[in-house]
Write a protein that binds this ligand. Structure first.
Ligand SMILES: *Cc1c(COP(=O)(O)O)cnc(C)c1O
Length: 357
């Protein structure tokens, strides 16, 4: 028999494609260039050796949940751990989206939000960011004031543009309606400010963090949200009960307990970002957008061709040039200094050959 068609929502959905091909120098996925090593790696290995594999994991990852709650001076009922931030974003769409529900997005931003909204038959309203990629506050606020937006997500620092959300903009969003405002701080550890100070006062605020970026654990798949317990309780209703494996819980718990070891590497990444930004600007033929994260967005003529050239040279960056809001844009993750040098040298050869500047 042929198979009958799947759910109609799937007709408009493309498979998420991270454009991940293996290259010698991987600067495309905003991962931390340093793997976990040394004493922390050892502590993780020892803890992993004691995990019972025949038992189901703790559904709510209580050990990790308590550690996170303590760190932010919250009750554990304000924390939910997920299988990466991505699972929590999906839970969010299940709990706050759905048929007859509306999601407001501020593109260009992380494509997973729209994907989850389409998957759950949620209506999408888009308010494009301004030329400098800051949010168009007046338009967003007047749209929220209509009262029909169920949830919105602002990424801060934004992926792929790198800029953060100002406190004034965030407050305007939180004050105008009861819309659930989600601040995705996947890159928050690299930035100077956070939505955290507003959490207690605003029951319509939710903050997303992940272990995948600053904490070097993209492979482990752990993220968490912070929000008032009434919000957390709704997410718990829709989540898969055993989504975070015992192994991931243990790895993340040991890492979180020793999270100060990541600090020097975060600082080193920020220093390298500054060096990379200055070197890119010195080419004088591209726009280098200001970043508060571990990546830099650039706009350069013939970006798509350049992307292919770099890949050929063994340097993978992320190509956004097909997105009409990111015409001729490439996103470069900050790597180790020798990796950044390789990128700069390949870029230099291309620019020289093209005679751009
Ligand atoms: C990387 C990322 C996430 C979360 O990734 P996980 O690996 O699923 O934790 C969430 N939001 C943005 C904007 C990201 O870039």
């Amino acid at each position: 028999m042929p198979v009958r068609p799947p759910a109609p929502a799937l007709a408009s959905i493309d498979v998420y494609d991270p454009h991940y091909v293996v290259c010698e120098t991987m600067l495309s996925a905003n991962e931390n260039p340093w793997d976990v090593d040394g004493a922390l790696r050892q502590a993780i290995n020892e803890a992993l050796a004691r995990v019972p594999l025949h038992r189901y994991p703790d559904p709510l990852a209580q050990t990790l949940r308590n550690l996170i709650a303590d760190a932010f001076d919250l009750d554990p009922s304000w924390v939910l751990v997920g299988n990466g931030g991505d699972e929590l974003l999906c839970d969010l769409a299940l709990a706050w989206g759905g048929p007859d529900r509306t999601f407001l997005s501020v593109p260009p931003t992380f494509s997973v939000y729209g994907h989850n909204a389409r998957l759950t038959n949620t209506k999408i309203v888009e308010v494009e960011r301004q030329d400098d990629f800051s949010i168009d506050r007046d338009t967003v606020v007047s749209r929220l004031a209509l009262g029909d937006i169920d949830y919105m997500i602002v990424t801060s620092p934004n992926n792929p543009t790198g800029n953060g959300l100002s406190d004034e903009d965030l407050l305007a969003l939180l004050e105008v309606s009861d819309t659930l405002v989600v601040v995705d701080e996947a890159y928050g550890e690299f930035a100077q400010h956070s939505a955290l100070p507003f959490l207690q006062a605003y029951p319509n605020l939710m903050i997303l963090h992940t272990f995948s970026k600053a904490y070097s654990m993209a492979g482990v798949r752990v993220g968490y949200v912070l929000a008032h317990p009434e919000v957390i309780d709704q997410l718990i209703k829709v989540r898969q009960p055993y989504s975070v494996s015992s192994l991931s819980q243990v790895v993340a718990s040991v890492a979180f307990a020793h999270r100060e070891v990541f600090k020097p590497r975060i600082d080193a990444i920020l220093k390298e970002r500054k060096r990379l930004e200055e070197a890119l600007k010195a080419f004088n033929c591209m726009t280098v957008y200001p970043s508060e994260a571990n990546f830099v967005l650039v706009r350069i003529p013939e970006a798509h061709e350049l992307w292919g050239y770099l890949e050929n040279q063994g340097v993978l960056v992320r190509d956004f040039s097909a997105n009409p809001l990111l015409k001729d844009c490439l996103r470069i993750s900050v790597g180790l200094s020798e990796e950044n040098d390789r990128l700069l040298s390949a870029l230099g050869s291309w620019i020289h050959a093209k005679g751009y500047c």
